[in-house]
Design a protein around this ligand. Structure first.
Ligand code: AP5
Length: 206
């Protein structure tokens, strides 16, 4: 099954994706993770991506679409895949329709007022990318999956998050209607606890 996880910054896409790929054993394709990998390794794509991500803006479509197109040509996606953070606007969705067939779009819907707290309190593993929140870490500073140090993402500061939320409202939220019209959208209540959200998604996917 080819799935898209849709949702605002901090809605829980990455958190749910980690659990879903463990359960369904399909590749997790996160454009945000791909950009962060390239930034860390100082590749030409990383240099371009950083200049946009630091400002809370979307990386240009021509860069992003090409990355996903190439990734979906790899052999491991034959079993299905989970797209997280792509598409991000109508243009990307239309491009995706030209080279992929999506079965379901799961929209993780969260009250936007909660997102700032979720994102600014997020800590991520510097090695495997696992996501945590300071409220539940109880002072722990290492990853429970791989033991590496937890860090704060460079774009998780208040000013950048506010810009990211504006970009979401203007450019990404219209995808809800796009996929509703295509008969592919299912919405889950992302305000619930992490395991409850996961169970709702599993119920949908079967
Ligand atoms: P990306 O990495 O995709 O970031 P994002 O969409 O802003 O989403 P986040 O990773 O911030 O949130 P999430 O929904 O994964 O939440 P998480 O599970 O971590 O993109 C980063 C940047 O890259 C973009 O701004 C853009 O510049 C660029 N980019 C990426 N894709 C692009 C594209 N297609 N086109 C152009 N540019 C692109 O959870 C957040 C926190 O909440 C965590 O602390 C977690 O523990 C907690 N939490 C999660 N679920 C719950 C719950 N149910 N209850 C309580 N707490 C929860």
């Amino acid at each position: 099954m080819n799935i898209i996880l849709l949702g605002a910054p901090g809605a829980g896409k990455g958190t749910q994706a980690t659990k879903l790929v463990d359960k369904y054993q399909i590749p997790h394709i996160s454009t945000g993770d791909i950009f962060r990998y390239n930034i860390k390794n100082q590749t030409p794509i990383g240099v371009v991506a950083k200049s946009y991500i630091d400002k809370g803006q979307l990386v240009p479509d021509e860069v992003t679409v090409e990355i996903v197109k190439q990734r979906l040509n790899e052999k491991d996606v034959e079993v299905g895949y989970l797209l997280d953070g792509f598409p991000r606007n109508i243009f990307q969705a239309e491009e995706l329709d030209k080279f992929a067939t999506i079965d379901k779009v799961i929209d993780i819907s969260v009250n936007l007022d909660k997102l700032l707290k979720r994102i600014t309190g997020r800590r991520v593993c510097s090695k495997c990318g696992e996501s945590y929140h300071v409220d539940t870490l109880n002072g722990v500073t290492t990853c429970s999956r791989c033991g590496a140090d937890l860090i704060q993402r460079a774009d998780d500061n208040e000013a950048t998050v506010e810009k990211r939320l504006t970009v979401y409202k203007e450019q990404t939220a219209p995808l809800i209607d796009y996929y509703k019209k295509a008969g592919k959208l299912v919405t889950v209540d992302g305000d619930k606890a992490i395991d409850e959200v996961f169970n709702s998604i599993v119920e949908i996917l079967g």
